[in-house]
Design a protein around this ligand. Structure first.
Ligand code: SF4
Length: 362
């Protein structure tokens, strides 16, 4: 208990806000990446965690202005996998060498949805045990729901804050969405014993470098264990992205900014898990590898059946799973080895930060 108290008092960034601002705006990208990678190797090792991403439902009750699966997008054919379909995909992922998975969907708050997810979690835990990690990414829920899902076998939860700037948040979300509720959900998740993940979009309209520096400080203040950040990529069927097409120069600029955020987050936060997100791949075919070399240590290949790709288009040019069984783990291992790193096949890939803050991993 004493140890936990001492660890929680170490919250905070390892560098000042001024230094974060300098690194984000003025440090040459090459030297920034070199410094971040050295921190990554010292804190995590030359190791990359692997998660199997299952996008099991594109039904969402919310209407975020930037998101392709917002409820107002009536052109989208929605899908929702059955319990059996999700469980057999989880078993297949395990057989293929994944040591953990992420269950992601649009946000639904209902008794029916809570019980459905609870049953899926119990079935996965009964078949694969606690050594197989399960992350949820299912949006805002009540404390009771978070607790039920944790009890049923979930270990980690991803809930992106999208921006730490409340005013900017209110410009990219309808009034029904509350920044405070989202932040409070992150705190509830922590209390429930989850490894807590959040993240932001970079290059949002109206976003400043100061906002991005404050995002990194937000991660530290909330003592976040896992971070997923990506460039904002406009979706043509959304209010925010309507009519906006990124030219090559804009894509490069956004990509570089997202790499900078990964690198500075690694330098400022040290031992957290940081994902090299699929949005990076959307802007650069080698985006995932470049993300790792900038300090990220997690990749999340999509193992959802490719027949659902069209119905889970969060943003334009989202990379697809190219087969009915997702990406081959052997090929991913070679890819990661080609940049001098080792893929952690079959491992749960828990956040070292969670362990350091005294989290109970079982
Ligand atoms: S960002 Fe999430 S909550 Fe918002 S519309 Fe998209 S899936 Fe729904």
């Amino acid at each position: 208990m004493e140890e936990k108290k001492e660890i929680s008092q170490k919250k905070g960034t390892r560098i000042s806000r001024d230094e974060i601002l300098f690194l984000l705006s003025e440090e040459p990208l090459d030297s920034l990446i070199e410094r971040a990678y050295a921190v990554k190797v010292a804190e995590i090792g030359k190791r990359v965690s692997l998660r199997a991403l299952i996008e099991w439902s594109s039904v969402c009750s919310k209407n975020c202005y930037y998101c392709g699966i917002r409820r107002g997008n009536s052109a989208l054919a929605r899908y929702r996998m059955s319990e059996d379909e999700i469980v057999s995909l989880a078993l297949k992922a395990h057989k293929d060498g994944y040591g953990n998975l992420v269950l992601q969907s649009g946000e639904i708050e209902s008794d029916e949805n809570t019980s459905f997810v609870e049953r899926v979690l119990k079935r996965i835990a009964a078949s694969l045990g606690d050594d197989f990690g399960v992350t949820l990414s299912l949006g805002e829920q009540t404390d009771e729901v978070f607790e039920r899902w944790r009890e049923a076998g979930a270990h980690r939860y991803l809930l992106r804050i999208e921006t730490s700037n409340r005013e900017l948040y209110s410009k990219i979300h309808p009034q029904e969405c509350s920044w405070e509720r989202r932040r409070n959900c992150l705190r509830s998740l922590r209390k429930c014993g989850y490894q807590v993940g959040t993240g932001v979009m970079c290059a949002l309209p109206g976003q400043t470098i100061e906002d991005l520096a404050d995002d990194i400080i937000f991660f530290a203040e909330e003592d976040i264990d896992m971070i997923g950040m990506g460039p904002y990529i406009p979706h043509p069927a959304t209010p925010l992205g309507q009519g906006e097409v990124l030219d090559e120069a804009a894509k490069r600029e956004r990509f570089d900014l997202a790499l900078r955020m990964i690198a500075v987050a690694r330098i400022a936060l040290g031992d957290v898990n940081i994902a090299s997100t699929t949005a990076l791949q959307a802007l650069d075919p080698q985006g995932r590898e470049k993300g790792i070399l900038a300090g990220a240590n997690v990749i999340m290949p999509n193992v959802t059946d490719s027949k659902y790709n069209e119905s889970y288009n969060l943003y334009a040019d989202k990379p697809r799973s190219d087969s009915a069984c997702g990406e081959d783990v052997g090929k991913l291992s070679h890819l990661v080895e080609s940049i001098g790193e080792k893929l952690l096949v079959g491992e749960r890939g828990d956040s070292p930060h969670y362990k350091a803050r005294g989290g109970d991993l079982v």
